[in-house]
Design a protein around this ligand. Sequence first.
Ligand code: FES
Length: 127
Amino acid sequence: MEYTNKVLDHFRNPRNVGELEDANAVGKVGSPSCGDKMEMYLKIEEGIIKEAKFMTFGCAAAISSSSVATELLKGMRVEEALQLTNQRVVEELGGLPEAKIHCSVMVEEAVQAALEDYEQRKKQEII
Ligand code: FES
């Protein structure tokens, strides 16, 4: 399977790239299978994701997966974001080659890590 037009579009023009200065949920993960890295920044207010940005040091599939994920995440409730799977991201991209599925898994992990960070900050009452 080749990359879909949507994958190529998000790879060439990734949405929401960069660090989010006032993020209150940050997830940083790496893929053991290829060594690539991903950082997910979320700004959550009253349980709703208001802003989402990412930085991905990885392949086209990883960049396009993170880009569509930030689009999906904006406006989502935390509970919904916790359910965001890599399959949902792949679906949104119109598919990924089998060998590239692990790249989308990194997005799911980065979002989960960011939401865990958010829970920790809430517990420590630093937000
Ligand atoms: Fe490393 Fe795609 S090959 S994230």
